[in-house]
Design a protein around this ligand. Structure first.
Ligand SMILES: [Zn+2]
Length: 274
């Protein structure tokens, strides 16, 4: 098993082309995945295969994830600078319509932020104040069978949020005590469950930051307690049977690839691990 997990951000658009627009990139990448004989599989299928001989993800598997949970993961938005954007879930649907052999086979996971106040503060301070961080689509996404809702923490530890202590925000390494971990992982999961209808059991580290405490203590030692199955970072590498479930690597669009040529290398297993 050598699976690339891909990560897109639907709300960060920096240019009207493949390099800076995840909507355009995802549409193209789905075509490339097909042209190169790869198969999109649910993230859960790869996690279920970790450390086991009796289960495995199919050869040529690719996993798709979205970070931060803006509503552009699920529906079209109007970007103030770059105009109408189709939304990532509609792109998955359109792909299935166009290629009937992929119906029921395309899947993605959206990592959302739990705290409503934090989402609102980020929407105002970091986005355009257009209510892109709403949660009224989570249950519908979860029920779609195509887009799963999982956890991207309580508040992303974003410095603009009221409950992030001065000087500790905009990074996730400061989540290094049991109490802080409880807030960001256990409380977040309970809160997301009330809205999505299912308790998330996969976590994506904000900023890709894995503190020693989370990666080596909280996640592995308190698994019964927090109920998580795996956690994803953003180190660009492939998942194999032997990858630690608390340090799953990912390739991030806009950071690790900005053109179709590099994307083809990634899905063909040709990227050197850095
Ligand atoms: Zn994030």
């Amino acid at each position: 098993m050598q699976v690339p997990i891909l990560c897109y951000h639907s709300h960060i658009i920096t240019s009207p082309d493949y390099a800076g627009n995840g909507h355009l990139a995802l549409a193209r990448d789905l075509e490339l995945i097909m042209e190169h004989g790869k198969t999109v599989v649910p993230l859960r299928q790869v996690i279920d295969a970790l450390g086991r001989q009796d289960r495995h993800a199919p050869d040529n598997a690719v996993v798709i994830t979205f970070d931060d949970g803006s509503k552009a993961d699920f529906m079209p938005i109007e970007h103030p600078q770059f105009g109408p954007q189709p939304g990532l879930y509609p792109i998955l649907q359109r792909h299935e319509h166009r290629y009937p052999q992929t119906v029921g086979a395309v899947h993605a996971t959206s990592f959302v932020i739990a705290c409503p106040q934090a989402r609102q503060q980020m929407d105002t301070a970091c986005l355009f104040g257009l209510d892109w961080m709403s949660d009224d689509w989570w249950a519908q996404a979860e029920a779609s069978g195509t887009l799963s809702i999982e956890s991207h923490s309580w508040n992303h530890n974003n410095a603009v949020c009221d409950d992030v202590p001065e000087g500790t925000g905009d990074q996730f390494y400061s989540i290094d005590t049991f109490a802080r971990a409880e807030r960001q992982i256990r409380d977040a999961a309970a809160s997301i469950a009330r809205i999505s209808g299912r308790r998330p059991d996969i976590f994506a580290y904000p900023y890709g930051h894995v503190s020693d405490y989370l990666g080596h203590e909280y996640f592995p030692r308190f698994q019964q307690h927090h109920g998580m199955l795996a956690a994803l970072a953003t180190r660009p590498d492939y998942v194999t049977e032997n990858t630690s479930r608390w340090h799953l690597p990912r390739f991030v669009h806009g950071e690790h690839w900005r053109d179709p040529e590099t994307f083809i290398q990634i899905i063909n297993g040709q990227m050197q691990s850095l």
